[in-house]
Design a protein around this ligand. Structure first.
Ligand SMILES: [Zn+2]
Ligand SMILES: [Zn+2]
Length: 197
């Protein structure tokens, strides 16, 4: 099952040009089996997410992409009604307390790998394939992922129609609920893939 674990939509991510319905339509057309909405520093309200699922009849999961002092962090299973911290260590403590999983997004985008001796414990792994990054950046990210306890994930980081479906994470099992997604991530039996479309 192919799930794009990194997508942005309007209006929650103001930098995106994609409406949620349009994203789902394109994802389906391009052979994805599910998407995970990871807006910048905002989580989808549960009711709206459920309504989108019902309307589109497509597997839609939710995470968040947090802007922190250690770079962008993709968080899955992190629910914080008081808002998210911009301090990576605080995000890590919150994730540890609720069993959420953190991945460092596009770790080679700025030309340097940001993980240090002090911050490596924050992350389950990194985003090994990012659809908006270059091949070289993804090669560096994939290499970095080898040093972590779980494999690297893949996602398009789509903000526009052209970017939808460029990368995803392939899971061996059928995933229907948010709990199943977290379980499958924790199991680590997935791989990041770059896709052609
Ligand atoms: Zn980012
Ligand atoms: Zn992003």
């Amino acid at each position: 099952m192919l799930i794009d674990l990194h997508c942005h939509t309007l209006p929650l991510s103001t930098c995106s040009a994609l409406e949620p319905g349009q994203l789902v339509e394109l994802a389906r057309e391009r052979g994805l089996d599910g998407i995970c909405l990871t807006e910048h520093d905002r989580a989808w309200p549960a009711g709206e997410l459920e309504a989108l699922r019902k309307r589109t009849r497509f597997p839609i999961f939710s995470g968040v992409e947090l802007t922190t002092d250690q770079g962008h962090i993709l968080a899955f299973g992190l629910d914080d009604p008081r808002g998210f911290s911009a301090i990576a260590r605080a995000v890590y403590e919150a994730a540890k307390a609720c069993g959420a999983l953190l991945y460092l997004a596009h770790p080679a985008r700025d030309g340097l790998l940001k993980v240090t001796h002090d911050t490596v414990e924050f992350f389950m792994s990194v985003e090994a394939v990012n659809g908006s990054d270059s091949r070289l950046q993804n090669m560096a990210a994939s290499g970095l992922a080898q040093g972590f306890r779980l494999p690297g994930i893949g996602g398009s980081d789509a903000h526009t129609a052209a970017e939808v479906g460029r990368a995803a994470t392939r899971f061996p099992t059928r995933i229907e609920t948010q709990a199943e997604l977290l379980e499958a991530l924790r199991a680590g039996t997935y791989e990041a893939v770059a896709l052609e479309h």
